[in-house]
Design a protein around this ligand. Structure first.
Ligand SMILES: Nc1nc2c(ncn2[C@@H]2O[C@H](COP(=O)(O)OP(=O)(O)O)[C@@H](O)[C@H]2O)c(=O)[nH]1
Ligand SMILES: [Mg+2]
Ligand SMILES: [Zn+2]
Length: 296
């Protein structure tokens, strides 16, 4: 529309949104038009919007939200392109969680990167994960947020893409985000809880700095349980299975324990990592169980 500008929402506080204007790079304070509430749409950090700028002290208005490429619900953020999954040797890496997060990223068309933090404590984990995830095309970076090692390579992989850190509590997401961006966000879940008090809702914020664009979501789980996924859809989220799709004896093969399974043969032949396949079978069993009970 005439006179409308475009920009990206960096954060929302109450009913005010901070938007970076594409053209000028300037920050604008905007409110959302009432129609969004009627339509039950909330503008989110990461959203691409059209707006009319304010004049003088007057705030402007968000007029429309452009179609979202991706949407995360916990916390609600829009247009994340790359999921940076943070793992560490301590607390022991929960790779089932990693695989769930990977599957969620792929189902949305996001890219994924594995950052293996605390490599100062154990350098082996990154090597092990590299072997497990290479067939899926997932790059693995060994880093130490505490020592500052490996950060340049990770930064280079994140550059130019709207990224979001996720991973189990204590893996070092907050510490890593601080190290990557040169910030001082709270680290440690306990201090965060105390600082937040009971009733403050924390909102995600898009931080743009030195060529990086990262959602500050390090305090969130990001993993919304996916209800009622048809079991046959899980395998589509495993890039390393793809070369073998359609080559199993049974057309409906779920790559579990069926005879003549081409994926199982690829595991035998060392082309798919057995640990990834084992965990796939655990997730598959869980999804089948939920699917059976979907009308309960
Ligand atoms: N040894 C070591 N400890 C780290 C590293 N990164 C973070 N930590 C520690 O791990 C704990 C959890 O870090 P935090 O960033 O709060 O984890 P989060 O829950 O994933 O956000 C803190 O005590 C950090 O000091 C690292 O690279 N090496
Ligand atoms: Mg944290
Ligand atoms: Zn199969």
């Amino acid at each position: 529309m005439e006179g409308w500008k475009t920009g990206t929402i960096l954060r929302g506080i109450g009913s005010f949104y901070t938007v970076r204007e594409d053209e000028t790079g300037e920050l604008q304070t905007l409110r959302a038009k009432k129609k969004f509430r009627r339509e039950h749409i909330s503008p989110l950090a990461g959203d691409r919007v059209e707006f009319t700028p304010g004049e003088g002290e007057e705030h402007g208005w968000i007029e429309s939200i452009l179609p979202r490429k991706t949407l995360c619900l916990r916390p609600p953020v829009a247009n994340v392109e790359t999921l940076v999954i943070v793992t560490a040797p301590v607390p022991e890496a929960d790779l089932l969680l990693t695989d769930r997060q990977l599957a969620r990223a792929f189902s949305q068309g996001m890219k994924a990167i594995l950052a293996v933090n605390k490599s100062d404590l154990d350098g082996e984990l990154a090597e092990r994960l590299r072997a497990e995830y290479a067939p899926a095309g997932v790059p693995v970076y060994a880093v130490s947020a505490a020592r500052g090692t490996g950060l340049d390579a990770l930064r280079a992989a994140m550059e130019g893409s709207l990224c979001c850190l996720t991973g189990q509590s204590g893996a070092g997401k907050s510490t890593l985000l601080n190290a990557l961006l040169g910030l001082e966000l709270e680290t440690g879940e306990i201090s965060r809880k105390i600082a937040r008090g009971k009733n403050t809702t924390r909102q995600a914020e898009l931080i743009e700095r030195d060529g990086l664009r990262v959602m500050d979501t390090a305090g969130f789980s990001l993993l919304e349980p996916e209800k009622n996924l048809p079991p046959e859809e899980l395998k589509e989220r495993y890039p390393e299975f793809r070369p073998w799709e359609g080559k199993c004896r049974f057309r409906e093969c779920l790559h579990d324990r069926e005879p003549g399974c081409a994926v199982a043969e690829a595991v035998q032949a060392g082309q798919i990592h057995p640990a990834r396949h084992e965990r796939y079978r655990i997730l598959l069993a869980e999804i089948r169980e939920n699917w059976r009970n979907r009308y309960d």
